[in-house]
Design a protein around this ligand. Structure first.
Ligand SMILES: [Zn+2]
Length: 844
């Protein structure tokens, strides 16, 4: 009798679970094939649909649409934990917020939360859409967590809140799957798409974690900031010849603002995954290889109390199996070592293998989080406790209101606020570091939960010199080495090392101040400055309304004062004052009435007829350029290989921009071996001849960064790129911020100071004879932030060249002026070039 009593409820529970599980469709039932089946992929609509079904059928899964993506697909997150935990989700979320801000709780309260709270894990699948495995795996992982009841699953559900993002970029998954299905069974099965898998930035979507330019980054951040997970996993894929999976530890260097506790936890989680996979018999697990942890553009979470780990599984041909012989593997993947104790032997490699490795890695992460739940929470608290009680210098960064481009300074502060950084504003004047600062000065104190995020982005980077042994060659950075926002955005900031007192109020949202219109009676027109990006947007808006706009080519006097060269002038017209008032309401632009004809030589600006070259090589630089042009309201159209091959370009265009693409990619494009004929072949020889004709007849070609080589080689420009002759050992700058000197009298440099900063990334270095050099490198000390090797090769060389060619011009912008939409302070070199191209000198 006693025994029966015990058994019956157990049976009942078992029966109930069976009923619930039977109601939940497996991915196989839903899709009609097993996840990971060769040549079969679930697309975005199917993945979203399946997760919605799971959300309805399971009390362990809540599926939320966080927002819409760039191309209007649903961006979803699945919150997965036990049914009991789901009832207390808000409590757990609140716990996270409290542990993340130890100013709000005592150590005793923290201990109580640590014992009650749940470890929060975020798994971000397939940020790069061709690395498709994790997006497919996510369905199986969610299904298993919804239906299984083994001990490990229960441990995970009880101790962990999982935020599962099945697709970081749903638009891209749809594109990749469509392309794959379309070419299935043809020569092009598994081939690369001829366009970017995110509308603007393609593969660069994982370099957006401090600028937050793209919608998918913003949506992921929304999930992150609501929860502040302890563990974040980005699931990637890599070359088919690499080891089968990379997991951390990362290699040196770690960005110095990342807490040492996090660095140890990254290594601990990485080796835990490695040991679990190896124990399951999965060969080819490598750690401590290739990937470093320097740039915050990939690792927002390292500055927000969470570890950000990366897994990189070897790829197949999308969903098509491949065979890799042992000999074909990368050397590091072949020999047993501390990094890779069990190398893979080579053979067939399929989507199923990728899914299996991803699944095991995800399960390992969740198991670790569940079993070490308290450690994760306590360390999370400790990291933030250290952050809010920090006493080491700097004490604060100040951002004065006196700025050349205050609107961009506000944008920079908005970025920091998006990253949960607290910004104060002084109520009265104060003294800091021996200097007086006025009311309205912004203050960013370093002792705050995410002070390290602000510090990493506000200070100049000193990339360490790493050599394996004394006298060994320098270790070169894996990625870009600099991320100093004040230099990238042209914002004046002041670092204060010693504590000071100020009456200051925390700002919830810093708004861009409005502009002004100073009206004078019977004005000739209005003038405004040329020093901010808003000034250019104002110009675009007026040009669209067909107003006559000029740039003063010399200093001139009016209204009893002197205006510098570059000052923008708009001629009076019926509705002008109203239109200017409308602009000043939205943009920080000050228009001043001109009390008479300025009597100065000017550039008369022409309505833009601008073409941006879009190559079928799917150039990210093209995407970023397109994004920046759209954001700053430039009218333009994309032009393709066939347009350039057809010729007669002057009919519709005055200016053509070649984004940073190699000359081979421009001329030859992708071979027909690798892509359907429609997209193959580049602009070809006839296209090259047509570009030449276009310029000779008066058009302007603007080349960005590496595209300069096209003009130098194929148009026989009298400009040399002296970096071409240098080896990587002699000269290598993979992404740093450099000091340059501008020719302020040249229209392309209007509005700039003599000294300014540019981003440089494996860029050309010009020697220009018979052409104007608008920007030069100094004769010493060019490095401002990051790392350089062979700096001397830059000295006195040119970074931006304006060359006359026939009746037209070629402008070589020898650096990424629009670098990943981050280098706001150099956008205007591109913007000015576009208007200068067709402008005409006259007297006004
Ligand atoms: Zn990737």
């Amino acid at each position: 009798m006693k025994k029966m009593k015990l058994i019956c409820p157990l049976l009942l529970i078992f029966f109930l679970i069976q009923v619930v599980s039977a109601d939940i469709q497996s991915p196989e039932q839903f899709l009609g094939f097993k996840v990971g089946t060769a040549r079969k992929l679930a697309d975005t609509h199917q993945i979203v649909e399946y997760f919605k079904l799971l959300g309805k059928a399971s009390d362990r899964i809540a599926v939320k649409e966080v927002g819409k993506t760039t191309e209007n697909n649903p961006f979803i997150v699945a919150v997965i934990t036990s049914a009991q935990n789901h009832n207390k989700l808000e409590t757990y979320q609140n716990y996270q917020q409290l542990l993340a801000d130890p100013r709000k709780i005592s150590d005793e309260q923290a201990e109580k939360i640590i014992s009650d709270g749940k470890a929060v894990v975020m798994i971000n699948c397939t940020i790069h859409s061709t690395e498709i495995g994790a997006s497919q795996m996510s369905m199986r992982l969610a299904y298993d967590l919804a239906t299984k009841n083994d001990r490990t699953t229960r441990e995970i559900l009880d101790n962990v809140v999982l935020l599962l993002v099945p697709m970081h970029n749903p638009d891209g998954i749809q594109m990749v799957v469509d392309w794959y299905r379309k070419n299935l069974g043809t020569k092009y099965e598994g081939s690369r798409m001829p366009w970017l898998y995110q509308k603007y930035v393609g593969h660069d979507n994982n370099r957006d974690w401090y600028m937050f330019t793209q919608i998918e980054s913003q949506l992921t951040l929304k999930v992150h900031n609501a929860w502040h997970p302890q563990i974040i996993v980005d699931m990637h894929q890599t070359s088919s010849r690499a080891a089968r999976i990379f997991v951390p530890p990362f290699i040196d260097p770690f960005e110095p603002n990342v807490d040492p506790i996090l660095r140890q936890q990254v290594a601990m989680m990485g080796t835990f995954i490695a040991s679990e996979l190896t124990a399951e018999g999965k060969a080819g697990v490598i750690h401590s290889n290739r990937y470093d942890a320097w740039t915050p553009s990939r690792a927002y979470h390292h500055y927000h109390g969470g570890i950000r780990i990366l897994t990189e599984v070897a790829s197949a041909r999308i969903a098509t199996p491949i065979t890799i012989e042992f000999e074909e593997l990368a050397n590091v993947a072949k020999k047993p070592s501390v990094k890779i104790p069990l190398p893979w032997k080579g053979g067939k490699w399929t989507l199923k293998d990728i899914v299996e490795y991803d699944y095991s890695a995800a399960k390992a992460v969740l198991t670790n989080a569940a079993r070490l739940r308290e450690n994760w929470l306590r360390n999370f608290y400790r990291i933030h406790k250290k952050a809010v009680t920090r006493t080491a210098p700097p004490y604060a960064f100040l951002i004065p209101q006196e700025q050349k481009d205050l609107s961009t300074a506000v944008k920079m502060m908005n970025i920091l606020q998006t990253g949960d950084v607290e910004i104060h504003k002084a109520d009265s004047s104060f003294t800091a570091g021996g200097k007086q600062y006025p009311v309205g000065t912004y203050i960013i104190y370093m002792a705050q939960p995410y002070g390290c995020f602000a510090k990493a982005l506000l200070e100049n980077q000193v990339y360490p010199e790493i050599r394996e042994y004394p006298g060994a060659p320098l270790k070169t950075p894996y990625d870009v080495a600099a991320h100093t926002l004040p230099l990238l955005m042209g914002v004046e900031t002041v670092q204060v090392d010693k504590p000071f007192k100020a009456n200051a109020v925390k700002q919830t949202k810093i708004d861009r101040p409005k502009g002004k219109v100073a009206v004078v009676g019977n004005a000739f027109g209005y003038v405004w400055a040329h020093t901010s990006n808003d000034d250019i947007v104002a110009l675009n808006r007026l040009m669209k309304k067909n107003y006559k706009v000029f740039w003063a080519a010399k200093t001139f006097k009016a209204n009893q004062k002197a205006y510098p060269a570059g000052t923008m002038i708009v001629k009076q017209s019926e509705k002008l004052t109203d239109d200017l008032k409308a602009i000043a309401k939205e943009l920080l632009v000050h228009f001043e009435g001109l009390n008479g004809r300025p009597g100065v030589e000017v550039y008369e600006l022409k309505p833009l007829r601008l073409g941006l070259y879009k190559s079928w090589t799917a150039s990210m630089d093209e995407g970023w350029t397109r994004w920046v042009l759209e954001q700053y309201e430039f009218p333009f159209k994309s032009i393709f290989d066939k347009d350039i091959r057809k010729g007669n370009l002057n009919k519709d265009l005055d200016v053509i921009i070649f984004p940073s693409i190699s000359k081979e990619a421009i001329v030859k494009g992708v071979s027909q071996e690798n892509i359907p004929q429609k997209y193959a072949g580049g602009i070809g020889r006839e296209g090259t001849a047509n570009i030449k004709k276009f310029i000779e007849k008066g058009g302007t070609l603007i080349t960005l960064d590496s595209a300069a080589e096209f003009a130098i080689r194929h148009l026989n420009l009298a400009v040399q790129d002296s970096s071409r002759k240098l080896t990587r050992k002699e000269f290598f700058i993979p992404g740093s911020i450099l000091k340059v000197l501008t020719d302020k009298n040249h229209p392309i440099a209007y509005g700039y100071e003599k000294e300014t900063a540019i981003f440089f990334r494996n860029s050309p270095v010009f020697q220009a004879e018979g052409a104007s050099s608008v920007i030069n490198y100094p004769d010493s000390n060019s490095l401002l932030s990051g790392w350089v090797n062979g700096e001397k090769y830059l000295f006195n060389k040119s970074a931006l060249v304006d060359a006359a060619f026939g009746k037209g011009k070629i402008i070589l912008i020898g650096f990424p002026a629009q670098y990943r939409a981050q280098s706001h302070s150099t956008f205007r070199f591109l913007f000015n070039s576009i208007y200068y191209a067709a402008a005409e000198l006259k007297n006004l």
